[in-house]
Ligand binder design. Structure first.
Ligand SMILES: *Cc1c(COP(=O)(O)O)cnc(C)c1O
Length: 446
């Protein structure tokens, strides 16, 4: 629940379990049962509690398989958007809400989650904890700078424990306010502040599951020995889960990292250089990121689990905005990864082509992953492309790509006339602090 480690670093498991001897048995299990087997390796909870947490977390999903891998043309599309906010972040955040509530009950504690969002994370986090007794959530978004639909997905949640704050500033202002409040240890303690951002280990953990469920399903049905995954990437959380699945023994041939024009990570895997660029807005806004907050976890393994060396690299990056890793003998950073860029043009063309040829509609994030994945096809290794959002969340891009208004979803239609609740605050630390103080009781007198 602590998010960052107390020295400012990220938390990782002490060791990575090897599950190769269980893969055949797991290939016959349901999504929930695979989740149980994987979480049990990392989480110390009584079996019946863990099962009940998992069942409750995935009950709201619209598809009985939770995350089906559907064949489309020559590839499989792993549909991760059947949760309440129609994006893959629900898979982890629905679980996190139940998991946190369980721990808080055990400890008789309360938690006030503070988050800054430019869209998807905020709504998935709100839907993960709405209506829970021991948790309040305060989500800051930059006023008027979030896509109207994504704003509605947050502000139309009227539960008493959900507080939406429209900050009169930018996303960076929201993040700065959040970080400063977290650094005020007295305040953090007094109000039991917690985070659910993408470096939260429990989120990565819950995402490992669908690599196994889809990978085992495709291996069994195709008879192949390995599969490839292509992953539309922003903060490196999703593909990091794939990397853990690979390290645990899932037969993965390649992890294909796909970025949009914000390409710091694809440049890194091609050249070994990790250097900051400017963030440019694209059709896939949830990947408009330069510094990928989960990347440090991967780097740790890549430098031979040497924390000192890792700290040096991170310090250097913070100082110079750049750092470099040596390339291996085969001219790449890590042979399990391939990387590429899906730009605006190829995003639109990919959406259009899949609609024209197969009648399949994909959202622009998914299209980036499919476009890059297609450039790394191998005959005997089926490609599984992760679909991270439902196309209806990005209906304008669908319209631009196909010329038709094709993408709809009943959840989103219901939002159109839904009442909303949101408080406007200035981009000022003290205003946000005062808002929290006046809306929830202090948990300690500290
Ligand atoms: C968050 C998000 C991504 C990027 O995932 P990371 O874990 O940040 O790499 C891709 N697509 C969609 C729709 C998202 O919401």
């Amino acid at each position: 629940m602590m998010g960052l480690a107390s020295d400012g670093g990220l938390l990782i498991p002490e060791s990575i379990p090897d599950v190769r001897d269980r893969l055949e048995a797991w290939s016959k299990l349901s999504y929930q049962d695979i989740t149980f087997e994987i979480l049990k390796l990392f989480v110390d909870l009584p079996d019946d509690e863990l099962r009940s947490l998992i069942d409750r977390s995935y009950a709201p999903f619209e598809h009985s398989e939770i995350a089906p891998a559907v064949p489309v043309g020559d590839i499989r599309i792993l549909e991760l958007f059947y949760g309440p906010t129609l994006a893959f972040k629900d898979i982890a955040l629905q679980f996190l809400g139940n998991f946190f509530e369980y721990i808080l009950e055990q400890r008789n504690q309360r938690l006030n989650i503070l988050a800054a969002t430019s869209g998807d994370t905020g709504s998935a986090a709100i839907h993960g904890v709405r209506g829970r007794d021991r948790i309040n959530i305060f989500v800051m978004h930059p006023k008027g700078r979030v896509a109207p639909l994504q704003e509605k997905q947050m502000t139309a949640v009227l539960d008493d424990n959900v507080f939406n704050l429209a900050v009169e500033g930018t996303f960076d202002d929201c993040q700065r306010i959040m970080k400063t409040l977290f650094r005020d240890l007295k305040f953090k303690d007094r109000y039991a502040l917690g985070a659910v951002n993408s470096v939260n280990w429990a989120r990565v953990l819950a995402q490992i599951v669908y690599y196994f469920s889809a990978g085992l399903y495709v291996l069994t049905t195709s008879g192949a020995e390995r599969v490839r995954f292509s992953v539309p990437t922003g903060n490196f959380g999703d593909i990091l889960a794939g990397y853990y699945a690979y390290r645990m023994g899932l037969p993965i041939g390649k992890l294909i990292l796909a970025t949009n024009e914000n390409d710091i990570l694809s440049r890194f895997f091609k050249t070994g250089e990790y250097s900051l660029g400017d963030v440019v807005p694209t059709l896939s806004p949830s990947m408009d990121i330069q510094v990928a907050s989960n990347f440090e976890r991967y780097l740790y393994y890549q430098v031979g689990e040497d924390s000192i060396r890792l700290s040096q690299l991170i310090d250097q990056f913070e100082k110079d905005g750049a750092m470099r890793l040596p390339l291996g003998p085969d001219g790449c950073v890590d042979e399990i990864f391939e990387a590429g860029i899906g730009d605006t043009d190829s995003t639109l063309k990919t959406i259009r082509r899949y609609y024209d040829e197969y009648g399949y509609l994909m959202d622009p994030h998914t299209a980036v992953g499919v476009a890059v994945g297609e450039t790394f096809m191998k005959e005997d290794e089926p490609l599984i492309a992760l679909a991270t959002a439902h196309p209806a969340k990005f209906s304008q891009a669908i319209l631009d790509a196909t010329g038709q208004d094709l993408a709809h979803h009943k959840y989103l239609e219901l939002l159109r006339d839904a009442p909303t609740r949101c408080e406007t605050v200035p981009a000022d630390l003290e205003a946000v602090r005062a808002y929290i103080e006046s809306h929830v009781p202090a948990t300690t007198t500290g």
